[in-house]
Design a protein around this ligand. Structure first.
Ligand SMILES: Cc1cc2nc3c(=O)[nH]c(=O)nc-3n(C[C@H](O)[C@H](O)[C@H](O)COP(=O)(O)OP(=O)(O)OC[C@H]3O[C@@H](n4cnc5c(N)ncnc54)[C@H](O)[C@@H]3O)c2cc1C
Length: 254
């Protein structure tokens, strides 16, 4: 009886679903967007992620989390995966998985790090490396919903070649009124860039962000060290801690 009650109440997002790779595109030499078809996908909000499970023939299985890169679109779920050279899962997803192959997905996961298109408040997005992925889902969702919320993105990448979605972001800044994007490069800048490579600092958040008085909704995502440093800057600048939402991807720094 109790067992029936538990399984009968199982949330659809806790179910593992078969996800078939239908297309992919390379965003950078070491990052690939994978588009899956997931029958019965329940939909998701921008900012949410999925769990991916890979199972070997001998039954060994392993799981990792990946943010969803696009707003809800029927049964399509797009992820952008950065290659971690000595990693277990990301090399498989980027180098081995082929169109037609099936993996397992569970989700959507996370109800906190999400942007809702009905929210008119200004938004500040700050991403480091692959931390751009859920922020891009928010930028795409803003356009899809015709939202007029003012968005600013500060994107920290190692080099210009490491930027994800570079062409699309250029187009969105041109066509999506109320979206601004600024870049910080940590290892190599484009030619003629006015500043040397460096880590994102207070001046970048001041120049590329919103004043705390505007009470923006802040979303910060990337490697753990990056997220902690940026959250500290936002709080030191006077942003309300309750409006600073963070998502940590992993152990390394940019
Ligand atoms: C909520 C959430 C969302 C995420 N979304 C994304 C996403 O959209 N795109 C994406 O590419 N990744 C994302 N990640 C990170 C992802 O889950 C994996 O950690 C990453 O792909 C590495 O897995 P792996 O199996 O290849 O490496 P592992 O076998 O887990 O690790 C191998 C080595 O790499 C180090 N390492 C582990 N994770 C990282 C990392 N993130 N960065 C650098 N070094 C690491 C480990 O310390 C270890 O030394 C997300 C993580 C979380 C928690």
């Amino acid at each position: 009886m109790a067992r029936a009650a538990v399984s009968g109440g199982l949330s659809p997002r806790l179910v593992w679903r078969a996800a078939r790779l239908v297309e992919f595109r390379d965003e950078t030499p070491s990052a690939r967007t994978l588009v899956f078809d997931v029958p019965d996908w329940p939909g998701h909000l921008p900012g949410q992620h999925v769990d991916v499970r890979l199972t070997a023939e001998d039954g060994y299985s392993t799981e990792r989390s990946y943010s969803i890169a696009t707003p809800a679109d029927g049964t399509r779920v797009a992820l952008t995966v950065q290659l971690v050279e000595d990693g277990e899962v990301s090399p498989y997803l980027i180098q081995t998985l082929s169109v037609g192959d099936v993996i397992e997905l569970r989700g959507p996961v996370g109800g906190w790090f999400v942007w809702r298109s009905a929210d008119p408040a200004p938004v500040l997005l700050i991403g480091g490396g692959s931390g751009i992925v859920p922020l891009m889902a928010m930028i795409r969702a803003r356009r899809a919903a015709g939202s007029k919320a003012l968005f600013r993105l500060i994107y920290s990448a190692r080099t210009p070649e490491d930027r994800y979605y570079a062409d699309e972001l250029r187009t969105r800044v041109r066509d999506d009124f109320g979206l601004d994007v600024s870049y910080v490069y940590t290892r190599k800048t484009p030619e003629g860039w006015p500043l040397p490579p460096r880590r994102l600092g207070v001046a970048d958040v001041n120049n590329g962000g919103w004043p705390p008085d505007f009470q923006p909704a802040c979303f910060v995502c990337g490697p753990t060290g990056f997220v902690e440093a940026v959250a500290d800057i936002l709080i030191a600048l006077g942003h309300d801690a309750r409006r600073v939402k963070t998502e940590r991807f992993g152990p390394s720094g940019t």
